[in-house]
Write a protein that binds this ligand. Structure first.
Ligand SMILES: *[C@@H]1O[C@H](CO)[C@@H](O)[C@H](O)[C@H]1NC(C)=O
Ligand SMILES: *[C@@H]1O[C@H](CO)[C@@H](O)[C@H](O)[C@H]1NC(C)=O
Ligand SMILES: *[C@@H]1O[C@H](CO)[C@@H](O)[C@H](O)[C@H]1NC(C)=O
Ligand SMILES: *[C@@H]1O[C@H](CO)[C@@H](O)[C@H](O)[C@H]1NC(C)=O
Ligand SMILES: *[C@@H]1O[C@H](CO)[C@@H](O)[C@H](O)[C@H]1NC(C)=O
Length: 361
């Protein structure tokens, strides 16, 4: 403890309530490595806090409480956080899934103290490379939604993502219109903040590999490449090369230029394929990680009622610039900024009778 910088950091460490952990780290060789790299409290905290695992976050480990204190001290000390590393520092690849049924109260108990309202999280030790709006179109699958969030929130934390969660639920009036819900999620997130990446995510699919980094690029990135689970015993790879279902990461530009999802598809089927055509027609080639990385666990659910998709599938290119984000029409029945996610209850306009007849539910 000769060196002034060393002493300062040791003191900061103790003040921040990390006393014991820091002591261990300091005399574990960490400090020696660190002093030769230069005296930066940010890089030190990175070393110190990177030892927190997803499991600790789940367990509501006190370390996390003190870590959020570190964040505020580091910020108020006018020392800007450094950018997080390009590649999240996670040694293992396999995500330890927890498929236990959970309630909202469980989520609140486990994550309430690390999330700000709307499920907003930012890494403690570095400035995230991405601000993600996680958009989840939803109806009647509460068990899946909660299991998904129980796994996805610690997954994103470990990937050092900054994120907020947008759950957009449809009222019971008509067949499911996933496109409206996604577009509403996008519009709401765009209003809320400066998100660099919009990840549209099904409720029933949980990533199983940490290398599946939830990030955008100059090309749309389709994330879900292989799935198996409760009802799908045999793994299924991409059913066809144009498939973009499950989870996809889009920048604001990619979303807006393509005019978002079509809102014309009520019932199951083809709305994602329609979006794939929109993206490609606007010059966005879709990219994917290797298949072993895009591995997902699929929760079971009762199937959606199929819509009359073939009628619409033929007219994608004539509709794509004149129907979608730029004609979005919906009734916002309710909205709440909950602890774990932003919640919107949305009623789409009635399905047009020329396509759906009286078959609207
Ligand atoms: C909390 O996290 C620290 C650092 O990872 C670990 O050493 C400790 O065992 C954890 N405590 C509990 C109760 O899980
Ligand atoms: C899974 O989550 C439940 C509910 O939070 C918890 O009680 C259980 O200990 C967890 N299981 C594992 C293996 O982490
Ligand atoms: C979890 O929830 C599902 C659906 O609500 C139910 O069928 C299942 O029995 C539950 N599993 C356990 C272990 O409680
Ligand atoms: C797909 O996922 C299953 C289950 O995790 C795995 O056994 C299989 O090897 C994966 N397929 C590929 C091509 O990675
Ligand atoms: C929006 O939908 C409502 C019905 O929900 C309808 O009355 C209204 O005319 C629609 N507005 C536009 C601009 O299409």
């Amino acid at each position: 403890m000769q060196n002034l910088a060393t002493r300062k950091v040791f003191l900061a460490c103790v003040i921040l309530g990390f006393g014991f952990t820091c002591y261990i780290l300091f005399f574990n060789g960490e400090l020696r490595r660190w002093t030769t790299l230069g005296s930066r409290i940010t890089s030190w905290t990175e070393n110190c806090v990177s030892s927190i695992t997803g499991k600790d976050l789940r367990a509501g480990n006190d370390t996390v409480n003190s870590a959020s204190d570190v964040r505020s001290v580091v910020i108020s000390g006018n020392k800007p956080l450094q950018l997080c590393p390009e590649k999240p520092p996670i040694a293992e690849t396999k995500v330890p899934l927890n498929l236990t049924n959970v309630t909202y109260a469980d989520l609140k108990r486990e994550f309430g103290h690390v999330l700000r309202p709307g499920g907003h999280y930012a890494p403690i030790t570095c400035k995230s490379r991405e601000r993600i709006a996680l958009i989840i179109p939803y109806r009647n699958r509460e068990r899946n939604l909660f299991i998904l969030l129980h796994n996805l929130i610690p997954f994103l934390m470990r990937q050092q993502a900054e994120f907020a969660v947008y759950v957009v639920e449809q009222t019971q009036d008509y067949m499911f219109d996933k496109g409206v819900l996604i577009d509403v999620g996008f519009v709401k997130a765009r209003q809320d903040g400066d998100f660099s990446c919009f990840i549209v995510h099904d409720t029933d699919l949980i990533p199983r590999d940490y290398r599946n980094v939830y990030r955008c690029s100059d090309k749309p990135r389709h994330l879900m490449l292989n799935r198996s689970g409760e009802q799908r015993k045999k793994p299924e790879k991409l059913p066809y090369s144009a498939f973009i279902g499950g989870a996809i990461a889009l920048t604001k530009e990619q979303f807006e230029k393509s005019n978002g999802w079509s809102t014309a598809y009520y019932g199951w089927g083809f709305e994602d394929d329609d979006m794939e055509i929109r993206l490609k027609s606007h010059g966005f080639r879709i990219v994917r990680y290797p298949i072993e990385i895009g591995d997902y666990y699929e929760l079971g659910h009762t199937p959606q009622k199929p819509g009359p998709r073939s009628k619409l599938a033929r007219s994608v290119k004539t509709r794509m610039n004149s129907e979608g984000l730029n004609t979005l029409n919906y009734t916002l029945v309710k909205q709440e900024k909950r602890e774990i996610y932003n919640w919107y209850l949305v009623k789409p306009p009635p399905p047009p009778p020329e396509i759906y007849g009286n078959n609207t539910r």
